[in-house]
Write a protein that binds this ligand. Structure first.
Ligand code: AMP
Length: 113
């Protein structure tokens, strides 16, 4: 999508601090980290949010979770981490391109909402 910031990051039109990249997935550090380690993992194709996942695009979502496990290992998040995806207004989604927050590197709050 032409006006989507994460599509522009995936296309290399906007710079990012990359952690991982392959043909279908990109991971980069969040600009405003909410934990010592805060990485965003996105599909390169535009999917608005979790509500838009269906049989036509779920393969890349499964791949994203493999990538998350690899990144967590590579970054040494052996003591644990959290994976979050905000979906629509009530969850505070601010960028409408599917992304998973990988948070770790320290003890995280038990407050889930
Ligand atoms: P959400 O609020 O769940 O939609 O998450 C969007 C996230 O994208 C926020 O944590 C922002 O800090 C992050 N973000 C927005 N623009 C950029 C950018 N250009 N590079 C890295 N992270 C970004």
């Amino acid at each position: 999508m032409s006006d989507c910031i994460f599509c522009k990051i995936a296309a290399g039109e906007i710079p990012s601090n990359k952690v991982y990249e392959d043909e279908t997935v990109l991971a980069f550090y969040d600009l405003n980290p909410m934990a010592k380690v805060h990485v965003l993992i996105i599909p390169k194709e535009h999917i608005a949010n979790v509500a838009e996942i269906d049989a036509s695009n779920s393969a890349v979502v499964a791949h994203i979770f493999e990538v998350i496990a690899k990144i967590a290992k590579d970054l040494g998040l052996d003591e644990g981490y959290r994976v979050v995806s905000n979906c629509k207004e009530f969850a505070g989604q601010s960028v409408y391109h599917l992304h998973f927050h990988l948070l770790g590197g320290e003890q995280l709050s038990m407050n889930m909402c």
